[in-house]
Design a binder for this molecule. Structure first.
Ligand SMILES: CC(C)(COP(=O)(O)OP(=O)(O)OC[C@H]1O[C@@H](n2cnc3c(N)ncnc32)[C@H](O)[C@@H]1OP(=O)(O)O)[C@@H](O)C(=O)NCCC(=O)NCCS
Length: 211
C-alpha cells in the first residue's frame, strides 16, 4: 500500500555522523558515554528518585557497562540517543540527557534526563535540555520535541518550564510506575516556536566527537 506522505527526515540523519559533543555553557558539555563512566552510571541508578522515575535499577558494574555500550547501537539504529552531561573542566559526569523514541518519519522525539543527586538544583538539567533542543532543531531539523513526566514529579515539571517546554495537557493513568499508574504531563516545543527560553540562547559552536 503506497504511503501518501514522505518521511520528513531520511534514514541516516543521525548515524551518518558520529554522535557529537554539544556545548551547554562555560561549565557543562554533553558528550557520548564512554567505558570510564561506569561508576557514575551505577551511582545515578542507585538513587531512589532515578529508579522511581526511570523504572530501572542497575545492579553492578557489568550492567552499567552494558547500559553504556547500548547507546552506540541505538545511535546506529536511530531509535534513541543519550549524552553524558559532564563538567567541562574535568570531564566528571553530572547527569544524562537524551532523545527517546526518535521518529525520522515525523521528525520527532521525546526527551529524557537525570542528574546525580549531589549536583541537583544548579540548573544542570534545564541547561542540558536547552543545549540538546538547540541541536535537535537547529542541526538535525526535528520538528517536535516532547517531554513527558508524572504529575507527581514537580522537579521535572519545573525543568520543562525553564527550558521553554509549554504544558500541552495531561494524559490520565498513562505511565506505570512501581507504585501504580500515574497521570502524565505532556510538555512540548516545535522547531517553529519562537522566542527561546533564557536557558536556550545560543552558546557557541557544536563540536564533533573524535570517533
Ligand atoms: C528532575 C531532575 C533531572 C532535575 O535536575 P536539576 O539539575 O536539579 O534541574 P534544574 O536545576 O535545572 O531545575 C530544577 C528545578 O526544579 C525545582 N525543584 C526541585 N525539586 C522540586 C520539588 N520537589 N518541587 C518543585 N520544584 C522542585 C528546583 O528548585 C529548580 O527550579 P528553580 O531553578 O526555579 O529553583 C533531577 O531532580 C533528577 O535527576 N531527578 C530524578 C530523575 C528524574 O526525575 N528524571 C526526570 C524524569 S521525567
Amino acid at each position: 500500500m503506497p504511503l501518501l506522505i514522505e518521511p520528513v527526515l531520511p534514514a541516516g540523519t543521525f548515524r551518518a555522523e558520529p554522535q557529537p559533543c554539544l556545548i551547554v555553557d562555560d561549565r557543562l558539555l554533553l558528550r557520548p558515554w564512554c567505558a570510564d563512566d561506569v561508576e557514575a552510571v551505577e551511582a545515578a541508578f542507585a538513587c531512589p528518585a532515578v529508579q522511581r522515575w526511570h523504572v530501572r535499577r542497575i545492579d553492578g558494574e557489568d550492567e552499567a557497562q552494558t547500559w553504556i555500550e547500548g547507546w552506540d547501537r541505538r545511535w546506529a539504529a536511530e531509535t534513541d540517543a543519550s549524552w553524558a552531561v559532564v563538567d567541562a573542566r574535568d570531564d566528571r559526569v553530572v547527569g544524562q540527557v537524551g532523545l527517546r523514541t526518535i521518529s525520522l518519519f515525523e521528525a520527532s522525539a521525546q526527551l529524557s534526563y537525570w542528574v546525580l543527586p549531589s549536583d541537583r538544583g544548579a540548573g544542570i538539567a534545564s541547561g542540558a535540555v536547552a543545549a540538546l533542543t538547540r541541536w535537535a532543531f537547529g542541526t538535525v531539523r526535528l520538528n517536535r520535541l516532547s517531554l513527558l513526566h508524572s504529575t507527581a514529579n514537580a522537579a521535572s515539571c519545573r525543568v520543562a518550564d525553564k527550558a521553554g517546554y509549554g504544558l500541552e495537557g495531561t494524559l490520565r493513568s498513562s505511565m506505570l510506575h512501581a507504585d501504580g499508574w500515574h497521570d502524565v504531563h505532556v510538555h512540548a516545543r516545535l522547531k517553529s516556536d519562537s522566542s527561546p527560553s533564557p536557558a536556550e540562547q545560543p552558546r557557541g559552536p557544536v563540536r564533533r566527537s573524535p570517533h
